[in-house]
Design a binder for this molecule. Structure first.
Ligand code: HEC
Ligand code: HEC
Ligand code: HEC
Ligand code: HEC
Length: 160
């Protein structure tokens, strides 16, 4: 029996196909690997610079960043039982706002839910470190800030 042409031999065809697939893989791999890959190790080097150039959403100095303009509230809070609670725990990220971009207003949330995040009664929450109330028993339907000043919630403090 006559042998088939070289390129028609099954083993050669499979071999050629394999070579094409391997080349295609290498080309696609080269195209997909970011240029900065392996600059510092097995990851994209540019990523480091991207993180460095990101601006912080929260102010870097906590309540001190609010003193210049809201000194009254900082003082009030420091004297009350919320002294350990950061302004931005309630008002959320205010980094931009502190840089005199007042249109970037921080969140001002007066709902019961905002306070209950920390104060709702939970068996797993130690009563000794944070006082808790039973949502359904404590003046249901009323906004907490009607009675408690959020910046000094002990009822001895004055509401501003
Ligand atoms: C450079 C001055 C300045 C600094 C610093 C500053 N604020 Fe303000 N803030 C203002 C001014 C002015 C307004 C009033 C803007 C208005 O009502 O248009 C305001 C308004 C607010 C409001 C009310 C937003 C509303 O919806 O009524 C909150 C809450 C607030 N600031 C929180 C903070 C916190 C928290 C910090 C610190 C992380 C801070 N601010 C730092 C100037 C400042
Ligand atoms: C426990 C949560 C909480 C903390 C901590 C807190 N705030 Fe507030 N803040 C509120 C709430 C709630 C209001 C809305 C008041 C209202 O509805 O009577 C408010 C209102 C404000 C306002 C707007 C004025 C007004 O009466 O509407 C400013 C300004 C402000 N806070 C600044 C600060 C600063 C500065 C700090 C840190 C020193 C701080 N807050 C800490 C909850 C908080
Ligand atoms: C991020 C957590 C957090 C949030 C949110 C929060 N608190 Fe507090 N609160 C505390 C901590 C911590 C204390 C101090 C420990 C204690 O006395 O339980 C405290 C204390 C208190 C006390 C006890 C005051 C006293 O000495 O008699 C009251 C009342 C109170 N908070 C009301 C509120 C109200 C109203 C809000 C919503 C405007 C609120 N809290 C939001 C953490 C929080
Ligand atoms: C009608 C007024 C009123 C409203 C509304 C109100 N409280 Fe109170 N709250 C009080 C009084 C009065 C006390 C008891 C006096 C005290 O301990 O300061 C108290 C006590 C507390 C205490 C301390 C509990 C303890 O074991 O010592 C916490 C925490 C508290 N309230 C959180 C809240 C939260 C959170 C809300 C909203 C979900 C809220 N309160 C709504 C009047 C109110």
């Amino acid at each position: 029996m006559k042998k088939p042409d070289f390129f028609k031999r099954p083993a050669v065809r499979v071999g050629l196909l394999l070579v094409v697939v391997i080349f295609a893989f290498i080309i696609v791999k080269q195209l997909l690997i970011p240029k900065s890959f392996n600059t510092y190790g097995f990851y994209r080097g540019d990523n480091v610079q991207e993180w460095v150039s990101m601006s912080a959403k929260y102010s870097s100095t906590g309540a001190a960043a609010c003193t210049t303009c809201h000194g009254d509230r900082v003082t009030l809070k420091d004297q009350g039982s919320h002294k350990a609670v950061n302004c931005e725990s309630c008002h959320l990220a205010a980094g931009k706002h502190t840089q005199a971009t007042f249109d970037a207003k921080p969140v001002k949330d007066s709902t019961r839910e905002a306070c209950l995040t920390c104060h709702n009664k939970q068996a797993a929450r130690p009563e000794t470190s944070i006082r808790q109330i039973d949502d359904s028993q404590h003046y249901l339907g009323m906004t907490c800030t009607t009675c408690h000043n959020p910046h000094s919630p002990d009822l001895g403090g004055k509401k501003t």
